[in-house]
Design a protein around this ligand. Structure first.
Ligand SMILES: [Zn+2]
Length: 92
């Protein structure tokens, strides 16, 4: 958490292009967020947590089923594209 050096109010993180800046809503002071080491550590911890929950919530059986689903979807799209191509050929 960072505070405005001008008026002491809380700086709010705002996405600007592909960067994040801290903006003071009171005096419009802007500060570019630099990737500090503490920020990186927080990210790593969060990713580790996410991975852990994924492993515990998804047994191998579900993962396998998901892969089968993916294959079904790609087959479906193949059929869809083939019939679409046939249709456009007929029209021409
Ligand atoms: Zn300010």
């Amino acid at each position: 958490m960072e505070f405005c050096p001008k008026c002491g109010k809380l700086l709010v993180p705002v996405k600007k292009d592909d960067k994040t800046i801290l903006v003071c809503k009171y005096c419009n002071y802007e500060k570019l967020v630099e990737p500090t080491s503490s920020y990186k550590i927080v990210q790593q911890v969060e990713e580790g947590k996410r991975r852990k929950t994924l492993v515990s919530e998804e047994p191998i059986g579900i993962k396998k089923r998901k892969e089968e689903e993916k294959e079904l979807i790609s087959d479906y799209y193949k059929v869809f594209l083939e019939s679409y191509e046939e249709e456009s050929e007929e029209q021409e």
